[in-house]
Ligand binder design. Structure first.
Ligand code: CU1
Length: 562
């Protein structure tokens, strides 16, 4: 703190008018139409958030139905066919409507232009169109649900998906539309990052979330069209009887797996990279320390995006792929561990000797690191050719997948929601309830999924409706865990919604962040800033001090040198 005059707080003026004034984006225009046809990236972000959280609620209900059915062997709730539809809907909703759009579309839309010092994204109309493409895709999913719901699992594997009489084509078309939503969001962000940065905001002054969203955008643009084409081919085969994947028509079912995973493995990084970006924002702010190894974290995002395209074959180890291809894909798969581990190391090094504040966003970021680590380390077993023969299509995969996607992406998403909530809505939530809900979610999560590693190793296959009595104990633990988590999420919904009405007005900078979005009022004005701020190091917290009387961080003026 040398050279800084603690008494002089006039350094960087923060806008004082904030809550309740006509100038902020929430109150600037009223009525439903002003929301549904808005071109403001912040409002579109909020629209996404509401839609994604509603989808999460629906996907969560299917999760609880699955877990209730599996509470005991034999029939507990529904028949086997209905159960197949439940896990298909759970998977499809959670992947396509929650985890993929969650951080980029909802949080990214809200903060990305602000972090760049921009008024909006490059193509606001395309941004709104992307939102409605997601909604339209979801409508197709709901129509499919009503008209005899698909039972293929979210991966739509052929040849079953080409012959089942359930409503597969409808949900495929829904996923096709959702794919376009994702492509256009990526495109929009990419152009925005290139062209709309504030004057003087060079690449290495960008917050790491921007680097992560940039890497994500590359994958969205290059990989998602492959999924779109694949789904169209599947629809063509189902409706027109063209033999592409069905061997009876001269097609090749394994070709579908190649196409599908050529998108869906990179899609894992469409999900996890933004989550890593959010964690890279939260960890330094709540450690009150500059991020360790900025460039390594930034470039590791790009490295993950590139390597992510080269590993899809690890989903086909037991699909009859050649031994050489298996070895190559296995070796390449291990290399993803390097940039991922670089990030984990840098987060830990950032916290080392930091002044750690365990507020709710930080708790979620820490749980991300732990759960993602468990997910990543168990991925080593699955990447191994010999071990995967035994573990393939068991609950070990289900547990691994949920540790990375739910323990990873979802935890970061919820952490990010808490982190930017005051900025979004200008209100503080109840911190104590936040911590209690976190504990329920964290314990419930581990109780649900850790037993699944154990039963997976012992041979419990995934997606099965029934199981031998020896697995009953693990399934019971898992089901109880699922409900504990649900209580945690309901509590979260309660205090967040309550905060909108009863919460204390949020200051401009409640956590002491140094990136641009904390330099405007909470909620921000219509075009984000009254004046574009002067770019500074987004991870330098030296000049921010806590002001207890107003519960906010304020900027200090640096005393003149000498
Ligand atoms: Cu993969």
């Amino acid at each position: 703190m040398e050279g800084i005059d603690i008494t002089d707080t006039t350094g960087i003026e923060l806008p004082k008018k904030a809550f309740g004034e006509k100038t902020n984006y929430l109150t600037s225009a009223r009525g439903l139409a002003s929301w549904l046809f808005t071109l403001d990236h912040k409002r579109i972000g909020v629209l996404y958030l509401v839609f994604i959280l509603a989808s999460f609620f629906l996907g969560g209900i299917f999760a609880l139905l699955i877990r209730t059915e599996l509470f005991a062997p034999g029939k507990t709730l529904v028949d086997a066919k209905t159960y197949n539809q439940f896990f298909t809907l759970h998977g499809a909703i959670m992947i396509f409507l929650v985890i993929i759009p969650g951080i980029p579309a909802a949080l990214g839309n809200f903060v990305l232009p602000m972090m760049l010092g921009a008024k909006d994204v490059a193509f606001p109309k395309l941004n709104l169109a992307s939102y409605y493409m997601l909604v339209a895709g979801a409508i197709f999913a709901v129509v499919s649900m009503i008209t005899g719901s698909a039972d293929t699992g979210w991966t739509f594997y052929t040849p079953y998906s080409t012959i089942t009489t359930t409503s597969v084509s409808t949900i495929l078309f829904g996923a096709f539309l959702i794919g376009f939503s994702s492509i256009f969001t990526g495109l929009n962000f990419l152009v925005t990052i290139h062209f709309l940065r504030a004057p003087g905001l060079s690449w290495f002054k960008l917050p790491l979330l921007i680097w992560a969203l940039y890497a994500t955008a590359i994958i969205q643009i290059l990989a998602t069209p492959v999924l779109g084409i694949t789904l169209l081919l599947l629809i063509a085969e189902r409706i027109l009887g063209i033999g592409i994947f069905n061997p009876a028509l001269g097609g090749d079912p394994v070709l579908f797996q190649h196409f599908f995973w050529f998108y869906s493995h990179p899609a894992v990084y469409i999900m996890i990279l933004p989550a890593m970006g959010v964690v890279s924002e939260i960890i330094p702010v709540f450690s009150r320390k500059r991020i360790f190894g900025y460039k390594f974290i930034a470039f590791s995002s790009i490295a993950i995006a590139v390597i992510g395209f080269l590993v899809w074959g690890h989903h086909l180890y037991v699909a009859g792929q050649s031994a050489l291809a298996n070895m190559v894909f296995s070796a390449l798969t291990y290399t993803v561990a390097v940039p991922s581990a670089v990030k984990v190391f840098n987060w830990l090094a950032t916290m080392y000797k930091g002044d750690i504040h365990l507020d709710t966003p930080m708790l979620y970021a820490l749980s991300f690191i732990f759960l993602f680590l468990v997910g990543g380390l168990t991925g080593i077993f699955l990447g191994n050719l010999a071990a995967d023969v035994h573990l393939h299509d068991t609950y070990f995969v289900v547990a691994h997948f949920h540790y990375t996607m739910m323990g990873g992406v979802l935890m970061a998403f919820i952490g990010g929601i808490h982190y930017w909530w005051p900025k979004m809505f200008g209100r503080m939530y109840n911190e104590l309830l936040g911590k209690i809900a976190f504990i329920l979610v964290f314990l419930g999560f581990n109780l649900t999924f850790f037993p699944q590693f154990l039963m997976g190793v012992q041979g419990m296959p995934r997606r099965y409706y029934d199981y031998p009595a020896e697995f009953a104990f693990y399934h019971k633990l898992s089901t109880v865990g699922g409900f504990v988590m649900a209580v945690g999420f309901l509590l979260t919904a309660y205090y967040l919604i309550r905060s909108l009405v009863r919460g204390k007005p949020a200051p401009a900078n409640p956590w002491g962040g140094a990136s641009f979005e904390w330099r405007t009022s909470s909620p921000p004005p219509l075009e984000n800033f009254e004046e574009i701020p002067e770019p500074t190091d987004p991870y330098d917290y030296e000049k921010l001090i806590w002001k207890a009387d107003t519960n906010e961080y304020i900027w200090l003026k640096t005393a003149p040198e000498g």
